[in-house]
Design a protein around this ligand. Structure first.
Ligand code: KIV
Length: 271
């Protein structure tokens, strides 16, 4: 039987077994109890409480403004819903980069106050001290390389990263370093499919891609994007499974019409 079918709870160990057996890992974001319940019951392997909450839940242009308290609120709601999936929570911008002790206390707050199973940090060699410090407390760490949205002001644009040899070489080194230090998995965002495949082949831990092609060990998408709730965002890598924006808008318009025409509530819908 395949690994993901035989487990009651997905753990970091289950993910490494899935990589060993060549089973692809499915990961999606969620930020609230109701959505996370559906995602979990549908059988997702990993729920990421991403700092993309800053964009899709709070309406900010970047992921930078979201706070640790905000992330804890979202993560605690998701954890209450997740019966089977592994819940990974993004450490938000400014809570881990400059100081490994601060990184540790941010990660401890997430683990203690939400009940999540792991944290995710963006970056390579420059955050390795924070990664080591968090791991030393027994907290599993997922890495994130390539297009790291918390560095958008350094990049200046959301275009594909690591197309040039020098950046690709550095990314490979960072991936190896994070694995050596003990990261249990990596997200590779918006890099060439060939490079992502090479990184996945060189690592023993799973490499999960977003805009990184199909030669990696799994895929992750932002749930609002794949359900078509968020209309403005349509990069090439995104597959939309629904047009919920139109569905929800149509339902709201039907409700407004029913209220105005006094069709709702009807005789059967009252006491
Ligand atoms: O915050 C997020 O949703 C993420 C994914 C895009 C990987 O980091």
């Amino acid at each position: 039987m395949s690994v993901h079918k035989s487990v009651k709870r997905v753990t970091t160990h289950v993910l490494s077994e899935m990589k060993l057996k060549g089973e692809k890992i499915a990961m999606l974001t969620s930020y609230d109890y109701s959505m996370a319940s559906i995602v979990d019951q549908a059988g997702i392997d990993v729920i990421l409480v991403g700092d993309s909450a800053s964009n899709v839940m709070a309406g900010f242009e970047t992921t930078l403004p979201i706070t640790l308290d905000n992330m804890i609120y979202h993560a605690a709601s998701v954890v209450r819903a997740a019966k089977r999936s592994l819940v990974v929570v993004d450490l938000p911008f400014g809570t881990y980069q400059g100081n490994s002790m601060e990184a540790l206390s941010s990660a401890i707050r997430i683990m203690k106050e939400t009940g999540a199973h792991a944290v995710k940090l963006e970056g390579g060699r420059e955050i390795v001290e924070s990664v080591e410090r968090i791991l030393s407390a027994g907290i599993p760490v997922m890495g994130h390389l390539g297009l790291t949205p918390q560095s958008i002001h350094k990049f200046g644009t959301y275009v594909v990263r690591a197309k040039e040899d020098e950046e690709a070489r550095r990314l490979k080194e960072d991936a190896k370093l994070l694995e050596e230090k003990g990261a249990f998995a990596l997200v590779l965002e918006k890099i060439p499919a060939k490079l992502a495949g090479e990184v996945a082949d060189e690592l023993t831990v799973p490499a999960i891609g977003i805009g990184a092609g199909n030669k990696v060990d799994g895929q992750v998408l932002v749930i609002h994007d794949m359900l078509g709730i968020n209309q403005e965002f349509s990069p090439r890598f995104l597959r939309r499974y629904h047009n919920l924006y139109q569905e929800i808008k149509g339902s709201v318009q039907a409700y407004i019409n029913d209220v105005r025409s006094m069709d709702f509530p009807n005789d059967k819908e009252q006491y």
